[in-house]
Design a protein around this ligand. Structure first.
Ligand code: 11C
Length: 343
């Protein structure tokens, strides 16, 4: 069955990636697009400064962009949101109240106790929190979130290694400029530089990871016990976040044990989930953004550089930040909602 979908924030970097992933899609058909008031009323082909190398799909080029307002978009089964968080914070709850189901990439409300923060291959069971949400908020609609792109890159690998009992995680990121949206992409004055700060990113990685890896007993979520410390850095790569991870586990795990756990970590049967979910490289210089970010349509998590040190395991991981880490993550959550009968 095909569900009609709308995109909130359709002209931005993640909104354009959503269109790329949804046209065509086996479960979804785009029927509404929203953007800021300067774009509203224009056909999408005129409203969007299209930055993706393939042309704007014909099926959306003529759609008239609506205001990002629950009264403006009519009937759709699901909304994908890529709004700036300052807008999402205010507007997404209004859509949920008006009865819309929203799969959102925006960082607002990710840590709310009654909002499921989901990577389907890691914690699909947290979707059950929507029942708690319905009771607590009284919404006819629903809100589900995906995490930050740097969190998404790391957490599936941690979920695989949690079989040995994760106790402490340190991560240093090397993040692509597209994570900062189009302003970031145009600011290639970062060439020949690296910036050891991305506003709020470290705190997001630390808290979102523990929520994703935590348990859900049908009524309440609990955060995972592991401590997570992050250091986040911007480097002059266009797409693809590379991360160096140090993971301490309660049970000793050799490099061979860790490789086996990563390679055999089960994905989920959804149209956009890759198989295998995690590709592990033996070559010491892989994964690399330019070589590996497009694997499996940009949806695979890559790992490499596995070694043991005095405190535990060390490795690198990589994912495409605007595909796997943002638009693709929201689409996967939409696919999960469809599969579980929430649409
Ligand atoms: C960056 N990870 O690379 C950020 C962008 O919380 O969804 C995504 C911010 C978020 O700058």
């Amino acid at each position: 069955m095909t569900h009609t979908v709308g995109i909130l924030g359709a002209t931005g970097a993640v909104g354009q990636r959503l269109i790329q992933l949804l046209d065509p899609h086996p479960d979804f058909e785009i029927s509404a697009l929203t953007a800021s008031s300067e774009s509203a009323g224009k056909p999408y082909r005129k409203a969007a400064k299209w930055r993706i190398s393939t042309p704007i799909p014909e099926s959306v080029a003529g759609i008239t962009v609506a205001e990002t307002d629950p009264d403006a978009i009519g009937d759709v089964d699901l909304l994908f949101s890529s709004l700036p968080s300052s807008v999402g914070e205010r507007v997404e709850p209004a859509f949920c109240e008006a009865g819309y189901v929203v799969s959102s990439n925006s960082s607002n409300q990710r840590m709310a106790e009654d909002v499921p923060l989901v990577i389907p291959e890691v914690n699909a069971d947290h979707l059950g929190l929507l029942e708690v949400q319905r009771d607590s908020r009284g919404w006819d609609g629903a809100m589900i979130k995906n995490p930050n792109c740097s969190t998404i890159t790391m957490v599936p690998t941690l979920a695989a290694l949690d079989t040995f009992g994760l106790s402490r995680v340190h991560v240093a990121t090397l993040q692509a400029v597209s994570g900062a949206g189009y302003d970031g992409v145009t600011s290639m004055e970062i060439i020949d530089n690296a910036i050891p700060h991305i506003g709020g990113e470290e705190e997001k990685m630390e808290s979102e990871s523990r929520k994703l890896l935590g348990g859900f007993d049908g009524a309440e979520l609990s955060m995972h016990d592991a401590t997570v410390s992050a250091s986040c850095n911007r480097i002059p790569t266009l797409d693809g976040h590379l991360e160096n991870v140090w993971a301490e586990t309660e049970e000793e795990a050799s490099v061979e044990d860790a490789r086996e756990a990563l390679e055999s970590y089960e994905g989920i049967d959804l149209p956009s989930s890759p198989d295998p979910l995690i590709e592990v490289f033996e070559e010491p210089e892989r994964p690399q953004p330019r070589l590996d970010r497009e694997r499996e349509d940009g949806m695979q998590i890559c790992a490499g550089g596995l070694r043991e040190n005095e405190t535990g395991l060390q490795y690198n991981c990589l994912a495409h930040n605007t595909l796997r880490g943002a638009a693709g993550a929201s689409v996967l959550n939409g696919e999960l909602l469809a599969k579980e009968g929430y649409l």
